[in-house]
Design a protein around this ligand. Sequence first.
Ligand code: NDP
Ligand code: OXD
Length: 308
Amino acid sequence: MTFLYKADPVRGAEWAELFAQKASDMPFRIWPDVGPAEEVRYLGAWLPPDNLIETFPNLEILFSLGAGIDQFDLSALPEHLPLVRMIEPGIAEGMMEYVTMAVLALHRDLLPYIDQQRRAVWQGMRLVTSAQRRVGVLGLGMLGQAVLEKLRPFGFQLSGWSRSSRMIEGVDTYSGVSELPLFLAGCDILICLLPLTDETRGVLNAELFAQLPRGAALISAGRGGHLQQDDLLAALDSGQLSGAVLDVMEPEPLPVGHPFWSHPKILLTPHIASMTRPETAVDHVLDTIRRHREGLPLIGAVDRMRGY
Ligand code: NDP
Ligand code: OXD
């Protein structure tokens, strides 16, 4: 009944300590110290190993060690093997902080002020109140909803878009492709927190940017594959977009010499918006194992048809 951990070994050591405290009867190993492969029942991985099923024939649950699962090839996983992603408060808290920071930075014109500082320019811009600022979120799942809740006390006009229709207090919600243009027309700051799927790849493109109000700003914190990079550069250069805060990129790391590194209207961070927190993630994993043994539905199980 071994749990095998395959990701950063330093964080793995923290997981090992927590397993020793909370599930001392369950052997815990850190990749590549696999032990007898037939004893591995649970695998937690950021990137899955090759030949997963042949290597671990008795695997019962595959855990993504992040909230996203696009790094897994769903078609290669057997039907009986659940893929469970991290639904844990640590990830949501990190994202709430990051997006709040980014929204306030864009709302208070921090990117042009940083540029002015570099050029020794002392010049203020007119303040826009939060009540005048419209902030919209693409993706109303665990993270999109958490972020909206955190933003609410600032008094922004809030909206969100998802696949199926959702009701969220104090938020104008839109759903499906048909309602996307109306949603976009009301976003001065657009936050992308979608999962990366066949349907959402490349969604942050010229056509979408053109539907935002002129001078809108973008926060991209889902996956780098959402963004058409050349379209962003063109939209920033034309003034259609005024700025962008980007946490995720394709590929990561961003290649040396890429124009994003030095663009005055772009703030880049190296995929740190949020991180799985071992204490709460281990609780989620142990709860999932218990639910699986009791035949209960698994929280965070990926729906293969939807792809997220
Ligand atoms: P969820 O699965 O909980 O929510 C996804 C949301 O996106 C849902 O509201 C869903 O709609 C919506 N959605 C999916 N596909 C479409 C579509 N085709 N059209 C419209 N809406 C769509 O995901 P999370 O909130 O937990 O996470 C979102 C993503 O954030 C992760 O997949 C990951 O890539 C990224 N992430 C990034 C991190 C970082 O550090 N930068 C950290 C953690 C996650 P519906 O409600 O109808 O299902
Ligand atoms: C995640 C991430 O998916 O950190 O959890 O990107």
